[in-house]
Structure formats: C-alpha cells, structure tokens
Design a protein around this ligand. Sequence first.
Ligand SMILES: NC(=O)c1ccc[n+]([C@@H]2O[C@H](COP(=O)([O-])OP(=O)(O)OC[C@H]3O[C@@H](n4cnc5c(N)ncnc54)[C@H](O)[C@@H]3O)[C@@H](O)[C@H]2O)c1
Length: 462
Amino acid sequence: METITITNICCIGAGYVGGPTMAMIAAKCPHIQVNVVDMNEKRIAAWNSDELPVYEPGLMELVEGCRGKNLHFSTDVREAIRNANMIFVAVGTPTKTYGAGAGRAADLCYVESAARMIAEESTGPKIVVEKSTIPVRTAEAMRTILEANSPSGKFQVLSNPEFLAEGTAVEDMVAPDRILIGGEQTPEGLQAIEKLVSVYANWVPREKILTTNTWSSELSKLVANAFLAQRISSINSISALCEKTGANIHEVSRAIGHDSRIGPKFLKSSVGFGGSCFQKDILNLVYLCEHFGLPEVAAYWEQVIIMNDWQKSRFARKIVQNLFNTVSGKKIGILGFAFKKDTNDTRESAAIYVCRDLLLENAKLAIYDPKVEREQIIADLKYVGISDSLLLNNLEIVDDPYAALHQAHALAVMTEWDEFAHLDYEKIQESMFKPAFAFDGRNILPSEKLRSLGYSLFTIGS
Ligand SMILES: NC(=O)c1ccc[n+]([C@@H]2O[C@H](COP(=O)([O-])OP(=O)(O)OC[C@H]3O[C@@H](n4cnc5c(N)ncnc54)[C@H](O)[C@@H]3O)[C@@H](O)[C@H]2O)c1
C-alpha cells in the first residue's frame, strides 16, 4: 500500500455529494486527476454543460475552474476505476422499500454493485473510500466483496462520511468543521488513512482532520444527523406548546440559545425538516439499534421522525381549519417546493406532504419555486399517491410568485427562499380573496407588515 501515490482519483456517483466534493478536491489539488463517473447519462451530460444537475451557490464557478483540466465527468465507470489509485464511492443509500428492514434499513444495492465493479476492474492495490452514508460495518462487507472477487487486488477500505449541507455545500467544503476518516487500525490501514489525510491537507488544517477506527467513523455520520434532526424536532415540539400558551418560539429559542451549553444554531422552528439524509439516517440508526437488541434506544430516536411527521401534518390541518374547515375548490399559492433554500433538491421536502394533504382535501394549488423543475414537482406528488386527475385538475406550476397568488384564498410559505420576504405583499393582498390568509411555514415573512395590510397571518410557534 505504501507504494501508492495519489495521482488519480475516481468517484462513483455524480450526485449532490459526488459532484461538489470532487470539484472541490480538483480545485484544491491541481496535481490530481479527478474523474467523476455515473451510469446516469443525463446527469453526466448535465455536469458537462452550463446547466449543472445540482444547484448550489458557487458550484458553477468551482466546476468551470477545473473542468476539462483535472476534473472530468464520464459514464465510463470501468475505465475510471482502472486508472484510479483512490476510488470514492458516493452512490445513493436510500431507505429500503422491500424485504427485510423495509422502511428502515439502508438499501446497499448501489454500494454493492460499485464494490463488485471495483473488484472486477482492479489488478493492483487501491484505496476505496466510502463517501456514502452507510450502516456501521459496511466497510467490512465491502472489503469482503472486493477481496473475494479480485484475488490479485489489494484493498484498504476507508470511511470518509460527508458533512456538507445542501445550499451551503461550497462554503462547507472550503472550510469544513472537520473531516472524518476512519480506517483499519493496522499498519496498512493507518497508511491508507494517511494518504487520504494528505489529500485533504492541501486545504484543510491538520487539526480539523479527525481519524478514528472504521466503525466509529461510520456511526458518527448517523449520530451527527440524528442529533441535528433531534434539535429541529425538539424546537418544533415546543412551537406547538407556544401556540397554545401565548409564549413565542423566537423568544424561547433566543433565551435557550444564549446558554453556551445549548448554543444558538439549529433552533429555528419550521414546518419540519426534509432532505435526503435526516430521515433516512435516523431510520437507519433505529434499524441498527433494533438489530442489536436495543429497542429502547431505537424508540428514543424514532420519536424524532414521528414529531417531524406530526409537524408537517399539523401545518396542513391548520390551513384547512382556518379556511373555515374546507379548502375544496379554493386556490392556495405555495411558495417554495425545495426542502430548503439555495438548493433544487426536493427529497423528503415538507412541501411534498403538505401539498399532498391539501390536494387530498381538493384544494387547487399553484406552486412556485425558483429552482425546482416542474417535472420534479409532478414526480414527487405522484410518488406520494396523488392521482393523475388531481394533478391535471387541481395543480398549476408557475414561474412567477405573483401568478401563484393571484386570486388565491391563501398563501403558504414552504421554503425559506430569501425572495419570499421581499415580495410586494400589498399588490398580492389586493389580488387575493378576502380575508387573505398567509401561513408562514418558515417564519420568514415580514409579519407586522402583513398584519397591517390586513392579512390573517399564521406563523409557527406564536
Ligand atoms: N445529499 C446530501 O446532502 C448528503 C450529505 C452527506 C452525505 N450524503 C450521502 O451521500 C450519498 C450520496 O448522496 P447523494 O445525495 O449524492 O445521492 P444522489 O442520488 O444524488 O447520487 C447518487 C448517484 O450515484 C449513481 N450511482 C448509483 N450506483 C451507481 C453505480 N453502480 N455506478 C455508477 N453510478 C452509480 C446514481 O446514478 C446517482 O447519480 C448517500 O449515501 C447520502 O446519504 C448525502
């Protein structure tokens, strides 16, 4: 293993993680050739175009700076594997939808197929880096697959979970809180860890690069997401109590956030968390706890998801109740569909579930999001069971927020896009049915102004 000098990196999976992280490595390590490969031809074509498949502030500039020089996007997975001495695996690990562990365990079929391809194409030693979020002990399984299928190849499998947050991926990668690298605690394992450390050390201070054994690294990623999601569910649970008691969630957040042991971050209440990771990773943690005979621990973490689901359905119910217990035939303008601002990702977005509930109540929805494609919105709503006839008759997707709210009975903010705080709410109010209802699922609207304009405004937690 000590003979490997890292000159050529391949990354299998050109998604929200693989594309941006490899662009950053290419930008910071001009001496390394970086090949990002994916079997999805459309995605690769988009990475090679001016319309990247992932929207992130600053990403286009980052990619343009090294694409065609030391950063390449291709569908030739096998060739990229053959040429690489370090291979990142950044394929999806969605929640299983079938068989044992369905609805909880991570589906490792993409990880396994990547491992088998690596084994088939490898003749010499390679370092394989798990970038995907996977259950504890997956590295061990990967290593078994690699060695059983490639007798001539020698492999070290490292765990290097990704902590970037969508919407701020580029700034998170430029100055990460930490880089975590787990590996076997053997001389060969420690050498492999050092090789990966040396890649990140091109721009990350050494003291921020943490090294651990493989299992601690794998588990830490699940635990980090579970703790973050737990904070959101905790503050959201208190938002419901605030609404009943006259306390105000902003004031409570500020008051508790000043405690240095608690800290001010991640204490904003909202319609609920979304994104591809939090729910999936907690379910994965829950599954692991059940598997290892720890039902109390599993139940403890599962409650984070139950609270989040409740917050989403509570928001939809609040809209129906306030619109005099019926939204049938009423137009509701939906502002935002992405799971958070500054991304085009809609996976597990709260908007999907709130829109589903409203469509099932026969509301007429007009949805506006500045970055999400219309096909994506339709696919998401179909996935949660909305029929073709409801989509045809009750759904409008528009490219102008004012059109979404024209002659609407209510507006609902689902994503905290900055532009929603600065719309002309006077003009909007004039074009809406009265009373004009506003439901702010992100607490970003200028509330005093809206109230003075005569809106019936509902926020979360006050
Ligand atoms: N999205 C995030 O913010 C985030 C953050 C941290 C960690 N993660 C983790 O990173 C992993 C990837 O997440 P993502 O959001 O980038 O997923 P994604 O679905 O956007 O991308 C995964 C890509 O892998 C490709 N792929 C799957 N199997 C392949 C194979 N055998 N050969 C070639 N390509 C293959 C798919 O076509 C897809 O384009 C997941 O495990 C996720 O949990 C995601």
